[in-house]
Write a new protein. Sequence first.
Length: 367
Amino acid sequence: MQENNIPKYQQIEKDILDKIIQGIYGKLTKLPSENQMADIYNTSVPTVRKALSELVYKKVIYRVKGSGTFVSGEDIEELIDADSKPKHMKNICFLVFTDITDSSIMKMIRGAQMYLFGKGYSMTILCKSQMAGSESELIKRCLESKADGIICFAEDPQENIGSFHLIMEHHIPAVMLDRGPNDMPFTLVSAYNVDGGYQIAHYLIQIGHRNIVFAADTIQLEAEKDRIKGYRMALQEAGLACDEQFVIERVHLQEQQDKLVELVKTRGITAVQCVNDKMAVLVMRRLKNEGYHIPEDISVCGFDGSDEAEYASPRITTINHPFEEMGHVAASKLLGLLDGKKSHSQTFLPVELEIKDSSCPPKNLNV
């Protein structure tokens, strides 16, 4: 890889890119760490970091805080070709059918925005909290802005089914984030929720837990169903019974929290796997009020890798959900639809377990 007069970081950048194109580093796979690459290329970490930053800027790779650097899920050669082509300024509308204050939504918006701006597109953000009226009003506002395409996040797509029909009637290319309406031909970008649910339960079982409750919300959304499915898969794989009483719905309600506490007291529950980090914070607060210590008396795990998990006390063991990368990939998929190069598809990005302070082996491994 020795090339005179070419800066070292550019040589490294080219070598990594070549390996990605050749398939040595496959799509969505994790790259070696900066320290490992510094050893591979016999150079300093800052030099490697500069090479990686160039590839991040070109959308060939992406970083996930606390997890590492990964190869993009896009067609790399198409990506390189697209960088050399001029783009007309077009407007993409990012629709949010819920409150925009959630940090996960902001990460998806940031991912989409960074990608689109890099391709010469503008992006308008419309969310329910910005204006009164129904979701159909957001769609009408989007149509008035003459948006070329739509990226959409809906907390419960089935509740907004009329809005999605409106999008289809106007033949606007659209990509759904995290979840989409049933039986409608929209491109979807989400995460491997089944695998995330499995990873948490498998980890808890590995460290000795046998009686694990799943604290759910409504169990109507596909993402939530998939996380529960992964939890059940891990239990079945370990030869543990899937007691339906251990899956508790609507744990945000007082009476359902009472039910959870009763199970902890009477059924030897040593761990609670929560559908998301917000639920984990709620469960920890209730268990602490009941006199339990987290994680010494009972482990609590979340899902999403949110700010709530990081700033909770103790910090919550969770699944890192690739929200920013989802926004990035959704924007890429939408531009593919606009160019007529790609048809409707479903893309699921990998997730990763992040072990923090809210989980540990149970006091009695024979429970």
